[in-house]
Design a protein around this ligand. Structure first.
Ligand SMILES: [Zn+2]
Length: 424
């Protein structure tokens, strides 16, 4: 079924850990994969072939899970424009704004690294912050932030970019980076940039996916080319201590698949070498558990298919990539549904499955009859999606969650019913 058994392509010499320089071991190998962005204009692979080896290693010393040979950020982010922050349901934003208000005066000089379309900067401005700037590599979302009245430097957070921004805006009291940290291959370079941006006791606010949640659930939805490093609380604390940051506040949220929020402060004194974090036990059998789950899901889809239930994915985001392409479930799926107009009418990279507006899918595949919907959206958005599916599809409808951290095994055993599950 998978002639490119990825483990066979393992190079002889594993790369040292990017956090601590320690020895690494293979964690998960999904073989050659297409980048999850851009979406395809046609259902066939575009030219040139941009597939890359999606292999992850785990450090034996510090437990950090990482892509040893990541794609260059230059190939990914300047043209990225599918995922606008304003589009997302972000229930944690209010908490974040309150935290920064509590910990920084309203005239503090703030910069958001990776400010996307300026959604968070706008929330800070609404809360009364008056000195706000951003750095954003995307030529699609950056101008949207600029259109909201913010000074946004186009490009990556490099020491040179930081120097230019500081010359104009002065040193910053606080840098925020939400969903940025795990995307950075060159972490020392990022901290060097922060050294230039921040005052000696400047603060750093981070929001990152909590990989311990994915580890516990053997959930591969965070495995795609953009996330080059997967942090748990322990590895995040380790690297912050290594670069001289003291954690002031740490908070976890269950939304977006599990999040860690950290506010830290630069320490004026050189740091002591931090102790190595404990290695999570769930690292060892993650790959096997993830493959087992995907195998059982595939069997379930075949069983439904044989009884006349076509299956659809609801959610054509990057979090669908591992199941569709990495574990090869795409041939068992009819189409992907997504509410994001920028994705509709396009084709998912790798498998080439069509992405449709839910209304268009109801028209094309019929509103009646039996249909199975796999919910590839954040758990907190599922109920809203189920209601939407029920409104659009009048026949027999079953929905099952396929993203963590919800109980996917329970969903697998018995998909939640839509309108009528009699006899099934
Ligand atoms: Zn390490």
């Amino acid at each position: 079924m998978n002639p490119d058994r990825p483990e066979k392509r393992r190079p002889e010499e594993p790369r040292p850990c990017r956090l601590c320089g320690g020895e690494t071991a293979l964690f998960l190998d999904l073989g050659l994969q297409w980048p999850s962005e851009p979406l395809w204009p046609e259902p066939v692979p575009p030219v040139p072939d941009r597939r890359h080896p999606l292999r992850l290693d785990a450090c034996r010393l510090c437990g950090f899970v990482q892509i040893p040979d990541p794609l260059s950020p230059e190939l990914i982010y300047p043209d990225a424009g599918l995922e606008m922050t304003s589009w997302k349901n972000l229930p944690q934003t209010g908490w974040q704004v309150d935290l920064l208000k509590r910990e920084s005066p309203l005239d503090a000089n703030l910069v958001e690294i990776g400010c996307n379309d300026g959604h968070f900067l706008a929330a800070l401005r609404d809360a009364g912050f008056s000195r706000l700037a951003g750095i954003e590599p995307s030529r699609v979302s950056g101008p949207l932030a600029r259109g909201k009245g913010f000074e946004v430097r186009e490009g990556f957070a490099t020491p040179a970019a930081a120097k230019e921004l500081v010359e104009v805006r002065g040193k910053f009291d606080l840098a925020a980076a939400k969903h940025v940290f795990g995307h950075i291959p060159d972490l020392p370079g990022f901290f060097s940039c922060l050294d230039t941006l921040l005052t000696p006791k400047g603060k750093l606010f981070l929001e990152i996916p909590d990989f311990s949640v994915a580890l516990a659930a053997a959930d591969c939805s965070l495995i795609y080319e953009e996330l080059v490093g997967h942090f748990t609380s322990d590895t995040l604390r380790f690297i912050l201590a290594h670069f001289g940051y003291t954690i002031l506040i740490e908070q976890k949220f269950p939304c977006n698949g599990g999040l860690i929020e950290i506010l830290a402060r630069r320490s004026p004194n050189p740091p002591h070498p931090p102790p190595f974090p404990a290695i999570p036990a769930a690292l060892a059998d993650f790959s096997g558990r993830a493959r087992d789950y995907a195998g059982r899901l595939g069997d379930r889809l075949e069983s439904f298919q044989s009884r006349g239930w076509p299956a659809f994915f609801f959610g054509a985001g990057m979090r669908s990539a591992a199941l569709l392409n990495g574990f090869g479930l795409a041939p068992k799926i009819t189409a992907l549904l997504d509410d994001n107009p920028a994705k509709q009418g396009r084709y998912y990279p790798g498998c080439g499955l069509p992405i449709l507006a839910p209304e268009a899918a109801a028209e094309k595949y019929g509103a009646g009859g039996k249909k199975l919907f796999l919910l590839a959206v954040s758990n907190e958005n599922e109920e809203k999606v189920v209601q939407r599916i029920k409104r659009l599809f009048a026949g027999e409808v079953l929905c099952a969650s396929v993203l963590g951290p919800g109980d996917r095994e329970k969903e697998l055993a018995g998909p939640r019913s839509g309108i009528d599950e009699e006899g099934h």
